[in-house]
Design a protein. Structure first.
Length: 93
């Protein structure tokens, strides 16, 4: 099923995603701004994300990290559960 604007999906971080998140948090702390707080991001972690834009089968998603910040992941496609760099629909209960 294609993504729909405003839907909640689950997004799994890649190694590069985690590195970017942690670097951004570190850079701001070094200059004296403790803007972000949360657990260290690691590849393979899965977080809820909101679809902010749809382009065919790809979607831009705003990932709600376990902390005070978010991560924007543009042009991501649907994958399998746990597949890094992709989103999946949450399981139905």
């Amino acid at each position: 099923m294609p993504p729909t604007l405003g839907s909640t999906v689950l997004y799994t971080l890649t190694e590069q995603d985690a590195a970017n998140i942690n670097q951004r948090r570190t850079d701001l702390t070094i200059i004296g701004l403790r803007v972000f707080a949360g657990i260290e991001a690691e590849p393979g972690q899965t977080f809820p994300a909101t679809v902010t834009h749809v382009d065919g089968d790809a979607a831009n998603v705003q990932v709600a990290l376990d902390g005070t910040d978010v991560f924007w992941a543009p042009s991501r496609t649907e994958g399998e559960p746990g597949e890094q760099g992709h989103w999946v629909w949450p399981p139905t209960i």
